[in-house]
Design a binder for this molecule. Sequence first.
Ligand code: HEC
Ligand code: HEC
Length: 343
Amino acid sequence: MIKVFHFRYILFTLLATFVVCASLIVPERTENENLKVAKLLSLLGDDTKVHLPDTREFGVSAKRGEALIKEGFSTRPGGGSTRQQSKHFVCTSCHNIEKEDPDLAIVDPQARLEYTAKKGLPFLQGTSLYGVVNRETYYNDDYEKKYGKLVIPARNDLREAIQLCAVECAQGRKLKSWEVESVLAYLWTIDLKISDLSMSDQELELIYSALDDESLTDTAITVIKSKYLSKSPAHFGTAHESLTEQKSYKGDPENGQLLYDNSCLHCHQDRKYSFFQLDNERLTFAHLDRKADGYGRHSLYQVSRFGVYSRSGKRSYMPQYTYERMSEQQLADLRAYIHQAAQ
Ligand code: HEC
Ligand code: HEC
């Protein structure tokens, strides 16, 4: 009798200890998952170059950087406010500043469309600035065709990439040095967290163990880096290819409507960023539908794959969608929606 009691007592004590330990571990786990990827990598001894802001400069602040990105101007360190960065756009005309891909390790425009639609975010030509500080190269692949030699300094340098976009993408003025540092400071508030990465419990375990066990650090770094893209790949298509390709796709109008609402209307509704007005009138759809089968200024394929270039006297332009930012299937879906809505 005494023996049985003893046994139960031990079992109970063990169980209680386990519960207490688990509750101690859980908060730590959540804390770890909010840990920044860059911080964790540096704790593990990774030596990838990171672009930290120089906050010694007078007036540099993440808050000013945030205002510059969202509104195009901010308060000036000396008082008053800065000049508008661009007459045509703000950074968020073309870039989200939230996570926009459910799995950051792969390029999947359809997964992105569904994910952003659920979160109420637009679907845009520029890659999200969320996590841009964690990437290692910029304006990759075919962007060299568009911007030529300009991409060389910007490819490995985030400051240069920001300036290139301020001038070429946003068609505005160069940022002052304290403005660039402020933008960088803000971008470091929207860098990747461990919880943004799709990691199994085992992988998380390995990574936390590696913090105390040097023999595991290389593997841990490799695992972390396999969970997000170190660059945003970019391949241009042509209107001709898309027009030809379209014949082999069956468009889904419902998905096409998501594209129209979350992408085209983001810039064209009420002439927000363009003089060219798009809305939900049947006549508008009929116009786009009629023009789609050619290479004119209002051809869906032309504007999506080639964009609309800026000219002197008309600086505003439309960035093209790379295959990574809108797939051929999605373009077919958009066409199917426009065709249906034109009836
Ligand atoms: C008219 C559209 C547009 C505007 C406005 C714009 N960008 Fe961009 N930006 C792009 C496109 C398109 C790219 C091409 C590469 C990509 O993001 O996939 C790009 C690239 C970038 C990149 C490199 C990203 C990468 O991973 O290659 C940075 C950094 C950037 N922009 C910052 C900014 C900032 C800061 C502003 C505001 C001052 C801004 N952009 C305004 C369209 C725009
Ligand atoms: C990032 C903002 C943005 C997005 C997203 C966007 N556009 Fe544009 N678009 C523009 C700007 C800016 C112009 C060109 C200049 C102007 O007319 O002001 C333009 C030009 C056009 C033109 C040519 C207008 C003309 O008269 O020359 C068409 C057609 C067009 N867009 C259709 C679309 C369609 C369809 C979509 C969705 C697939 C779309 N746009 C998505 C900004 C955008």
